[in-house]
Ligand binder design. Structure first.
Ligand code: BTN
Length: 251
């Protein structure tokens, strides 16, 4: 359980960086940082997360998990489940979860999640950063091939506050679930119920300098994706980038 405490900013380089800085100063679990814009928004795999003013929800939460370190990857899956439910509850947006924690609508990204560990005087903590696109007006045209927004899907872009409230409620729910006995399995099941990537998806995996094609075959108990290659071997993916090789037509 955490008690949310929300700090709001007009502009920050990155809400993740600010949450990590405050974690280093002893901030408590549940600290949330929200900004209207980010000037150096961070994505997975050293990518940039474009964060124009009022075009998205730019949110980070500080967690100080009591879980075994080996279970910490499940935090990002739990965050994806929470973001999925928040989009549905607040905006009526039905998203698919792409492993590990991208949220897609019509194969285009609507939400990204970046979890980063941070060493603090009171122990190792995690900052979970969530970016949800509300509108695409300020995005370059090239990005609209890959990204979508709540506005594109529903016609509305004014739901930041209700989305934030739904996100906090869902994060509390699934974080509490993860901390209960048997919670790991429940999170893995919840993730699988919301993802078309769990089983039978033909994907390309890029992991470090390596790239291969295979078919998804469920999750390991630590959240790693099982991918079966043409020689019928199972490879476990823990840090790579996964792309659907047979996408439906994009709208
Ligand atoms: C990704 O899909 O690559 C992850 C994107 C995560 C973006 C969010 S926006 C709020 C938080 N602050 C950051 O700098 N990044 C995350």
């Amino acid at each position: 359980m955490f008690v949310p405490q929300i700090l709001r900013f007009e502009s920050l380089p990155s809400t993740n960086l600010e949450a990590a800085r405050l974690a280093g100063q002893g901030a408590a679990e549940g600290l949330c940082v929200v900004a209207r814009e980010q000037t150096a928004g961070r994505g997975r795999l050293q990518r940039q997360w474009l964060s124009p003013k009022d075009a998205g929800l730019y949110f980070s939460i500080l967690l100080r998990p009591q879980l075994q370190q080996s279970d910490w990857p499940l935090l990002t899956l739990a965050a994806a489940v929470a973001a999925h439910d928040a989009l549905w509850d607040a905006c009526g947006v039905q998203a698919d979860i792409k492993w590990p924690n991208d949220l897609l609508v019509n194969e285009k990204k609507i939400c990204g999640i970046l979890a980063e560990t941070v060493e603090t005087p009171s122990g190792r903590a995690v900052v979970v950063g969530i970016g949800i696109n509300l509108t695409q007006h300020a995005f370059p045209a090239t990005l609209t091939l890959e990204a979508t927004s709540v506005e594109t899907v529903t016609g509305r872009s004014d739901q930041l506050e209700i989305l934030l409230a739904a996100l906090l409620a869902a994060l509390e729910k699934y974080y509490a679930m993860l901390n209960q006995p048997g919670g790991r399995v429940e999170i893995l099941e919840a993730w699988g119920e919301r993802s078309s990537y769990l089983e039978g998806k033909v994907v390309r995996v890029v992991e470090g300098g390596d790239s291969f094609v295979g078919t998804t075959r469920g999750l390991e108990c630590d959240g790693a994706l099982r991918v079966e290659t043409a020689d019928a071997k199972i490879r476990l993916v823990r840090a790579g980038d996964v792309t659907n090789l047979r996408p439906e037509l994009k709208s």
